[in-house]
Design a protein around this ligand. Structure first.
Ligand code: SF4
Length: 306
């Protein structure tokens, strides 16, 4: 049996958890390749116009995998850190089932339901039951996978805190969803541009989710989406340690458009630039905007020392 894992959406949050889980169980898997233009174009064929870019990318990765494996792993996650996720994450199974109805593909369904205690473990337990894997083996695989994921997250977070404390370079906090900033086609070119401009990009997504979501409550008690809360909380926590903030959003994202507007209004004293990416030109034209923004940050820092 070969499981196909789409390199899209929550893969960028849970890569270690999922791959280690399958590794421990000795289940073979393939991960779709890095996103490229062809994957986006293929994914767009399954989507209506109003679909956001990350979902088009996700559809493109499923399309790539559809005839290369026995099952395609489709995770559905309703809540994170006790807050709801965007509707797109809750509709994933139905979305894929419907978009690929003409094809004979089997979906390996992973379903984290509501606010239940141990919902992550329960989702893996159910998946093991479906695959007829012994309960004890599944539990062990989950524990090992969880540990690997937690170590990885801790390492990333501490690494960045170290940069924040010690780097003398211009530091920009990048607020972008994991699947945007982690994607080679979408986020990586922006990070490369920032590095070329001799700045230190700090990825908000890499800070501890639980701590960030809690911190976000200081800014808004009502913001509904967990992953946006994560980014907002990181900004609230580290706002005094960075020179500026870059908001990266993909067209047309409802949660980002509301949250980003709130951030711009709330953090009036911090230089902020918003970059909106779409399926057509992705990062085209971004370089000039980034250069001007970094010029402003350099000027600001220079003047604050005079
Ligand atoms: S949060 Fe925005 S970008 Fe992410 S899946 Fe939802 S609509 Fe798409």
């Amino acid at each position: 049996m070969i499981v196909g894992i789409p390199r899209a959406l929550l893969y960028y949050k849970n890569e270690k958890l999922w791959t280690k889980f399958f590794d421990e169980l000795g289940i073979d898997y393939i991960i779709s390749p890095e996103t490229n233009k062809e994957i986006i174009e293929n994914g767009s064929k399954y989507a209506i116009d109003e679909t956001c870019l990350p979902i088009k990318i996700f559809l493109g990765h499923v399309d790539y995998l559809k005839d290369k494996c026995d099952y395609i792993f489709i995770p559905r996650i309703e809540t994170a850190q006790d807050t709801e996720t965007c509707l797109n994450f809750r509709a994933q199974y139905d979305l894929i089932k419907n978009a690929f109805r003409k094809y004979d593909i089997k979906l390996l369904f992973y379903n984290e339901v509501g606010h239940k205690k141990h919902k992550e473990y329960k989702a893996f337990k159910k998946l093991c039951k479906y695959l007829k894997i012994k309960k004890s083996l599944g539990k062990y695989a989950y524990q090992m996978a969880k540990q690997t994921q937690l170590y990885y997250e801790l390492f990333r977070s501490e690494y960045q805190e170290n940069i924040l404390k010690n780097s003398k370079k211009i530091k920009v906090l990048v607020l972008a969803h994991a699947y945007n900033i982690g994607d080679k086609y979408v986020g990586e070119p922006i990070l490369n541009m920032l590095k070329k401009l001799n700045t230190e990009p700090i990825i908000a997504e890499y800070f501890d989710a639980k701590r960030c979501v809690k911190e976000s409550l200081k800014v808004s008690k009502t913001l509904p989406w967990s992953y946006n809360r994560h980014l907002l909380g990181a900004l609230e926590l580290y706002k005094n340690m960075v020179d500026g903030v870059i908001l990266i959003t993909t067209y047309p994202c409802g949660p980002d458009s509301m949250c980003d507007e709130m951030i711009v209004r709330h953090y009036k004293d911090i230089p902020i630039v918003t970059l909106t990416l779409d399926a057509q030109d992705a990062t085209a034209g971004i370089e000039t905007r980034l250069e001007s923004f970094i010029d402003i940050l350099n000027y600001k820092r220079k003047n604050s020392y005079e």
